[in-house]
Ligand binder design. Structure first.
Ligand code: C2O
Length: 347
């Protein structure tokens, strides 16, 4: 028998962790979830409506009003409620700063810079979306995606400038209609570049991150990671390093050490644009699978069997495995088809 090297968590171990080199953060749940009853994830039934995630720059007023209502409720829930906005943000903090240990290892778990990046964020968004829907009694509610890989979506969607979607810890000089630099570097980016030229460079960059530079899973998804390999394997895939990291940095405030909120893992999910950003990343994982004809079901069983914990819309603790989130239709959501303008932009 092969040794089981899948990753799981020791839930009794939540402890303070590093938000940044000079800052210890505590983002553990108010009461240990180790004492809560847990159920294994079940797919939503086939009669559940299919949620259709749409580009944020194209949604209508009706959608924004609905989302606004839900987000206001979510932000008003007490912190002790796992559905509250701050609690959701702290889930990200927990898994991104190593607040939990693993049962078989002393190494705290961080889901970035490795194969867990895509599935873990998919889980977070899935439960987040279900919670939002249930707060307004709308099981068709679907998170929007920030379509930054398309020229008309490259600026932050305008409505994220208004409450409750606004976050006051953002770089003012990057407010819309400023076009983002998908390969942003706060020291090197030419802030005065014409939008048109920026869009072109962004397209060329997307082509290399999605196509020419992403031909193997190790290139696109980063480091495979197992309990056995602790300490050895650490490195993000193409899209995770940019535009993922770079857009985080680009949005965050230039007055903060790590460009919080969006620029630092511990604080990123406090900005509502985080969810639209990750929805696009989640969509690009799907697009990559199609372009390169990848079958994730055949991947390493230790990865497929790795499990995480989330609260659902009924505040029920759920154990969910990577293998549960490989097919978005089974999770009852899809992405509206949009153009992939970068697909034919060879450098
Ligand atoms: Cu968990 Cu965009 O980071």
């Amino acid at each position: 028998d092969k040794e089981d090297l899948s990753v799981s968590l020791n839930l009794t171990s939540c402890h303070s962790s590093y938000g940044r080199p000079d800052l210890l953060v505590y983002c553990c749940p108010p009461r240990s979830i180790a004492e809560e009853p847990v159920i294994d994830f079940q797919f939503p039934g086939p009669s559940t409506p299919l949620r259709i995630r749409r580009p944020a720059h194209r949604v209508g007023r009706g959608f924004i009003a609905k989302y606004k209502k839900a987000l206001l409720i979510m932000k008003s829930l007490p912190y002790s409620d796992p559905r509250s906005f701050r609690h959701q943000a702290d889930m990200h903090c927990i898994f991104c700063t190593g607040a939990y240990d693993q049962p078989h290892s002393h190494r705290p778990l961080d889901i970035h810079r490795k194969w867990f990046f895509f599935p873990w964020h998919r889980m977070l968004l899935h439960f987040h979306e279900r919670i939002i829907g249930s707060l307004i009694g709308d099981d068709t509610f679907a998170l929007p995606f920030w379509n930054w890989d398309s020229p008309d979506g490259m600026a932050m969607p305008e409505w994220y400038m208004h409450s409750p979607f606004f976050d006051n810890q953002r770089d003012v000089s990057h407010f819309p209609p400023k076009v983002s630099d998908l390969n942003y570097d706060y020291e090197k980016t030419d802030e005065n570049m014409e939008n048109k030229e920026r869009m072109h460079l962004n397209m060329v960059f997307m082509y290399s991150q999605m196509v020419s530079g992403a031909k193997k899973p190790e290139l696109f998804m980063g480091c495979p990671y197992k309990n056995s390999e602790e300490g050895v394997c650490d490195g993000p895939g193409t899209i995770e390093s940019a535009p993922h990291n770079t857009i985080h940095t680009w949005v965050g405030s230039n007055f903060n050490v790590m460009r919080e909120d969006m620029g630092a893992f511990y604080s990123a999910a406090r900005d509502p644009s985080f969810y639209a950003h990750h929805s696009n990343l989640d969509r690009l994982w799907e697009v990559w699978k199609q372009i390169h004809k990848v079958d994730l079901q055949t991947f390493d069983p230790d990865w497929l069997n790795s499990s995480f914990y989330f609260h659902d819309e009924n505040s029920q603790l759920v154990r969910i495995k990577v293998r549960d989130v490989l097919d978005t239709k089974k999770l009852r959501y899809v992405y509206e088809e949009v153009d992939l303008p970068w697909l034919n932009t060879r450098p």
